[in-house]
Write a protein that binds this ligand. Structure first.
Ligand SMILES: [Zn+2]
Length: 167
């Protein structure tokens, strides 16, 4: 069985059951289907409710698309493309100031301090235990060494990396 939404030539809508699509065609052609309101036999399949809403949705989408297109047409012209990236050597003032600050910080942290290189951790421990004269030192330590030294109560802080060393 199949249910069709039907509409007569007077615009009355109603529903009727048929055995199948062919049954519908046959019964309508033979005048077996009539409008329950006006008994007209000029009956055709009406648009199903979902179809109606679908076509309404399509219209709505069409309207939205049209307004989007209008909005795009009214949008200001795209800004001119940015100039080519500047070479790294040409730093703006902010970047130059930052580099100067890092260099100054690095200089202050290392001036009057002895570079012990990779022996930083053992030197620091010797100083802590009194086996080496206490003096400012700097050098390299692994992250694990640095953590261990901090846990042992040895004050240390990482040196800032010089910008030139990153390049
Ligand atoms: Zn009718």
């Amino acid at each position: 069985m199949i249910k069709y939404a039907l509409i007569c030539d007077q615009g009355h809508t109603f529903e009727s059951w048929f055995s199948n699509a062919e049954g519908y065609e046959t019964q309508v052609k033979r005048g077996f289907v009539e409008c329950p309101t006006c008994q007209s036999k000029q009956v055709t399949k009406a648009l199903m409710a979902p179809s109606v809403s679908t076509s309404r949705q399509k219209e709505r989408i069409k309207a939205q698309t049209a307004s989007i297109m209008a909005a795009e047409m009214n949008a200001p012209p795209a800004p001119a493309p940015a100039p080519d990236p500047q070479p790294m050597a040409l730093l703006d003032e902010g970047q130059q100031a930052m580099r100067a600050m890092v260099r100054e910080l690095h200089r202050k942290m290392t001036e009057n301090s002895t570079d012990v290189g990779d022996r930083f951790a053992s030197e620091a421990r010797d100083m802590q235990s009194g086996d080496a004269p206490t003096r400012p030192i700097h050098g390299r330590a692994s992250l694990e060494d640095a953590k261990a030294l901090l846990e042992e109560g040895i004050a240390l802080m990482p040196l800032p990396t010089l910008p030139d060393e990153q390049n």
